[in-house]
Design a protein around this ligand. Structure first.
Ligand code: SAH
Length: 348
């Protein structure tokens, strides 16, 4: 089978899929995400949304959508942060796009008081209302294909089952529809190497564009990724905070691939959607004032709490931690297109 199908089954098979059977997050799980590191992350994103909602004319009704909300921690911090903003909670209808029954339970526990609606696809969202949409480490979980350029032609990597019942790599002629998804800049200069493409991500971004253009609003994506399209293999499997091979115990390790933000920018621009960023997560959070927030939280905190705040701040913004590897991009469509989202320019 092709890699995308393998990835989709490993993560989402109804019975054996990685996300369907467990809560993978946190120290006791397989990996930790920004909202799980510190409340400051959700506070910054919450204020970012609050600012945009005001700039959009404080719509009295809007869809607040999170794709892949994990344990619901980010949204819980967003809701806590925006509680004092008159009209925001009253106008927000919360939608959570989540495929995991286990994580849906965790989300119900944290966010039940806000009466969320769970959806499986963006097409289930109501029409007409403006949309504020988020995805943190969501796009990296969507399935990719790997195309290999051997110097002359493209072939597609596939997963094969050997006679001794082990899994390994094979290859087949690449379908032209997949080759056409390799960004032109990469195709034009392709030496030997691997290019990752994802019809699922492309389709998802097109659906986001359509939603924004029809209903107005913004979408914010934060993820592992690169700002420029390039050849390279980024697919990885992680189990208990360590790298494993993607063939190790399928369905028991997290599979992700880095997001090609230039491709997203290209897709958004093609549909007339404005793009902000991508920039590095550390810069985005600093522009939004996370260092001031950390200092404020440390006032009056115990020594142990202050150390914890300083350590989490470093994890979120330092270039050798999550500050550089993670990128942030916002897609925006609004008839009063004079406002700018905060965070992408140090002056805004
Ligand atoms: N945003 C959270 C969790 C990131 S893990 C955080 O930052 O902590 C990836 C999340 O995306 C999980 O909630 C997972 O179940 C969800 N997910 C992955 N693929 C999905 C899909 N195709 N549809 C809906 N949810 C998906």
């Amino acid at each position: 089978m092709d890699l995308a199908e393998y990835m989709e089954l490993c993560l989402g098979h109804p019975e054996h899929g990685y996300y369907m059977t467990r809560d993978p997050l946190g120290a006791a799980g397989d990996f930790t995400t920004s909202p799980e590191i510190s409340q400051m992350f959700g506070e910054m994103v919450g204020m970012w949304l609050a600012d945009l909602w005001i700039k959009m004319g404080s719509p009295s009704e809007f869809a607040l959508v999170e794709c892949g909300p994990g344990r619901g921690t980010l949204m819980a911090d967003i809701m806590r942060t925006t509680k004092g903003l008159a009209g925001f909670h009253e106008g927000a209808k919360l939608y959570l796009m989540e495929m995991s029954p286990v994580l849906r339970c965790a989300q119900q526990e944290k966010l039940g008081i806000y009466d969320p609606v769970w959806i499986r696809a963006l097409s289930e969202l109501p029409a007409l209302v403006p949309v504020l949409l988020l995805g943190n480490e969501f796009l990296d979980a969507l399935p990719v294909h790997q195309l290999v350029h051997n110097g002359q032609d493209w072939v597609e990597r596939i997963i094969v089952l050997h006679d001794n019942a082990t899994l390994g790599w094979g290859q087949k002629k690449a379908d032209i529809s997949l080759v056409n998804l390799v960004p032109y800049s990469v195709r034009a200069n392709a030496g030997k190497g691997v290019s990752e493409v994802s019809p699922v991500i492309n389709q998802y971004i097109k659906s986001v564009n359509k939603l924004l253009v029809n209903q107005n609003g913004v979408a914010l994506f934060l993820d592992y990724g690169h700002l420029q399209s390039a050849m390279g293999e980024t697919l990885q499997a992680v189990k208990k905070h360590r790298y494993v091979t993607i063939f190790d115990t399928p369905g028991h390790s997290d599979l992700t691939a880095h997001v090609d933000f230039e491709n997203i920018e290209y897709l958004a621009a093609a549909d007339g959607v404005r793009v902000y960023g991508g920039i590095e997560q550390g810069q985005f959070l600093k522009n939004l004032g996370i260092e001031m927030r950390a200092a404020r939280l440390s006032d009056g905190a115990t020594q142990a709490q202050s150390t914890d705040i300083a350590t989490s701040l470093k994890r979120l913004i330092d270039t050798d931690q999550m500050g550089s590897l993670f990128k942030v991009m916002a897609l925006c469509y609004h008839p009063d297109a004079t406002f700018e989202p905060a965070g992408f320019d140090e002056n805004i």
